[in-house]
Every structure is written in C-alpha cells, then in structure tokens.
Design a protein around this ligand. Structure first.
Ligand code: ATP
Ligand code: MG
Length: 422
C-alpha cells in the first residue's frame, strides 16, 4: 500500500497533524472498495483531494472521474445533468443526452456540496446508490450504471435532515464511511508549514523573492482563527507575496491582511453609535430592496410559467390580464415597446396558437415587462452586490451563514457569487 507521505506528495497535501493523517489513511483504506464516502469539514479545508485520492487508488482509476458541484447547477437542470434526458423531454431537449451517471459508468462521481441537491434529485440518487438503476428524464426505460460515489459537504447534514431538506435514508446511504477534515485552527502546527509552501509557490509564480515572517508574525499567524481555513491562508500568502516590497513580514504588516473580526482578540467596541445605527438601517433597507427584487423575479417566473403552459385563447387572455395586473395598463400604444423580442425561446409559444396577431401581442407585453425589469435591475444591482459582499465578509466567506442572513438559498447565493464574480 502506498505510504501516506507519498500520497501527500502526489496530491500536494501539506501538513502532518494526526487528524489530517487519519483522514488520508481512511481514504487509502476505503479506496479499493466500492463503499460510498462522505467527506465533511468546513469550507476551505481541502475536501476536494479526498475523492481524487480514492479514485486514483481504486480499480476504477482508468475510468472517468467526474466532479459535480451540486450547489452550482440550477434546480431545473440538475436531474438532466446527472441522469441525462430523452429527446423532447422538455422544451429545448432537442437531442437525447447522456448524464454523468451514464458517462462515468465504471468510474467515480464526486458530488460536491451534496446538501444542496433538490429533494427530487435525492430520490433518483438513492435509487442509483441502492441498485445502480436510473431513468433518463422523460424516459421510462430503466438503465444500469456502476458508479462509485464520493460526496462532500460543508454544512451540518443533521440540521438539513431536521429541516427536511435532506433525506435521512440518503444521508446514511452516502455516509457509509465518513471522512472528516479538521479546520485549520485545529491544525495549528501545520499553519506555518502551509504558509511557507504557499509563499514559495507564489514567489515562483510572480518571480519575486519569497516572503518570510518574523517570529511575532508567525505567532500571530498561528493564533488566527482562520474561518476560511486553508483557502484563506493561501489568499493571504498570495496578497503578501504580490503587494509587500519588504519581503520580511512583521506582525504589524500581517495584521493589515487579517480580517480583524476574525482574530482571537477581544471584540473591538464600535467607534460611533450613530454610525453603526446608520449602517444597520441601511442594511435593513438593502434587505427590503433585495426581497422586493426576489418577489419581482418570482412574479416574472410565474407569469412566464403561465404563458408557457397555456395553450388556449382563454389562458392567453388570462396571461395578458395577469401581466397588466402586475405591470400596469399600457393602453397608450407606445410604439417603442412594439418591436418583437428576439429570443422567442424564452416564452415558447405553443405551435397551435390561434393567430399570429396574438403571438405578437403576448410578446409585446413580455417585452414591456422586460423593459421595466431592466430599469429596476439597474438600480438594485449595486445594492444587491453590496449586500452580498457585506454579508459574506461578516461571515468570513461562509456561504451558508450569509445565505441564511440574506434570506436566500445557498444555491442562489452561489449563483450570484459566480454572476458578480465575487
Ligand atoms: N493540506 C493542504 N495542503 C495544500 N493545499 C491545500 C490543503 N488543503 C487545502 N488546500 C488548498 O486549499 C484550497 C481549498 O481547498 P478545497 O477546494 O479542497 O476546499 P473545500 O474543503 O472543498 O472547501 P469548500 O467546502 O468551500 O468547497 C485549495 O486551493 C486547495 O488546494
Ligand atoms: Mg470544495
């Protein structure tokens, strides 16, 4: 069996804490089996290496390894991504498509952020875990696949089970073996080691001398709470490597790079009460605006849904009146709203719509709605961005907490982070 040290080298894993070694050892032990593994641990602790180790040390290593970020795929398409779909299964399904479970037959699938899977997908996953069976979306033909599943999560799955967001039976099926990666603050002896490795990597990358820490700086680094774990440590090593002229980093320089709310120092009292009151009021206002935008989007979605499903004159009439209700009357026949929109896919008018004139009408209304939405978006965009940034900062980048505070799902937050490139 390959030694733990050579595995670490092969997969670029730094550290020597017993709890880290135990996690890697467990991965080595379970690799040759087909047992499902659940990797747990806070964000940024290095969960992504474990499924790679498991795959590479298994008899599946010559077959596919597919990593799926369950939190990043929209709910509407995730079943089709994972299990494929039949031609015509839904609007836009012009071809039969293989899903990851078909493509990875004989290999390994890594389901990252598995706690984000919608409940309907969880049912499909349970079936595939239990007997290797699955159905493409829109098909009634049972297919077989032989896939080893490694899942990961940085959220408390028991909480998710309690809130009925995650199936208990699936949880136990996924976590036959649980591999837990410790947070960095429980691996203090690895912190400086990791920093030195990152500093030397970045020196190479940016062709500059390696930054070094003074002893007090090392102490400060080691005592820090590291809410974002190794990812955060790596970011700070990169910033120091790029920005600091003096390559010897003192504690006071380092202090500037560590988020203050995140240190182990006693809480700092806010400078001015009125200032903090103002900022909290502003945040409430942002939240209201944010919620309003969500509502607006929901309404838009509902409208689109009704339009999609409707295939009789009556329903179309209802759609029109619904739009009027939501967006007001546009009896003034403003021609600027009359040009038909280009992307007809968005509405997908049924083919047997009674007459062309009605199609144009519906599109006009839709276009009108889009114009209003655009204006709203322009004014809300910055607010939303700022609110998300603030919330993420407050929670040291922990999406789960930020999402809870913002009152949106982690999935939505994830998409917004991608969208705004945060
Ligand atoms: N022991 C380690 N040695 C070197 N680099 C590491 C180690 N652990 C993690 N890293 C690095 O830290 C970063 C974050 O790791 P990773 O993406 O695996 O986190 P994660 O646990 O999947 O977090 P999340 O739950 O947020 O997805 C990566 O760049 C990874 O290479
Ligand atoms: Mg990850």
């Amino acid at each position: 069996m390959e030694s733990i040290q050579s595995i670490k080298q092969r997969f670029g894993i730094i550290g020597n804490t017993p709890s880290l070694n135990r996690a890697i050892e467990k991965a080595i032990q379970v690799a040759p089996t087909d047992i499902s593994v659940l990797v747990t641990g806070e964000s940024g602790v290095g969960k992504e290496s474990i499924p790679k180790i498991i795959h590479q040390l298994s008899h599946r290593k010559h077959n596919k390894y597919i990593a799926v970020n369950c939190g990043a795929i929209p709910e509407g398409t995730i079943d089709s991504e994972l299990f494929g779909h039949e031609k015509g299964a839904f609007t836009g399904a012009t071809q039969t498509r293989e899903g990851y479970f078909e493509v990875a037959d004989g290999g390994t699938i890594f389901l990252d952020e598995v706690g984000e899977l919608p409940l309907t997908t969880q049912v499909r996953l349970l079936r595939v875990l239990e007997n290797g069976e699955f159905l493409k979306v829109g098909s009634s033909k049972v297919q077989k696949t032989n896939v080893r599943i490694v899942a990961a999560t940085n959220v408390n799955m028991f909480e998710a089970i309690d809130k009925e967001k995650f199936r208990e039976d699936l949880y136990y099926r996924l976590s036959t073996v649980d591999i837990h990666l410790p947070p960095l603050r429980e691996r203090r002896e690895d912190i400086h080691l990791l920093f030195r490795k990152f500093a030397s990597d970045f020196a190479l990358k940016y062709k500059m001398p390696t930054v070094k820490l003074t002893d007090p700086a090392v102490q400060m680094l080691t005592k820090h709470r590291w809410g974002g774990n190794i990812r955060q440590l790596r970011n700070i090593a990169e910033q120091l490597s790029v920005l600091e002229q003096d390559r010897t980093i003192s504690a006071s320089t380092l202090q500037n790079y560590l988020p203050s709310a995140n240190t182990n120092l006693p809480a700092v009292i806010k400078t001015s009460k009125s200032e903090s009151d103002f900022s909290s009021e502003r945040e409430i206002l942002y939240k209201v605006l944010f919620d309003m935008k969500s509502d607006l989007n929901d309404l838009k979605k509902l409208t689109m849904e009704l339009m999609k499903n409707g295939n009789t004159k009556d329903v179309e009439k209802n759609n029109e009146s619904l739009i009027q209700k939501i967006y007001g009357n546009d009896d003034d026949n403003d021609t600027s709203f009359k040009e038909p929109i280009e992307n007809n896919d968005v509405i997908s008018i049924p083919e047997h719509t009674p007459s062309d004139i009605e199609i144009v009408n519906i599109q006009d209304k839709y276009h009108f709605a889009e114009e209003i939405e655009e204006e709203e978006t322009l004014s809300l965009h910055d607010k939303e961005l700022e609110l998300i940034k603030k919330s993420l900062e407050r929670h040291n980048g922990k999406r789960k907490l930020a999402a809870a505070e913002l009152g949106i799902s982690e999935r939505t937050l994830y998409r917004k982070i991608k969208q705004y490139d945060l």
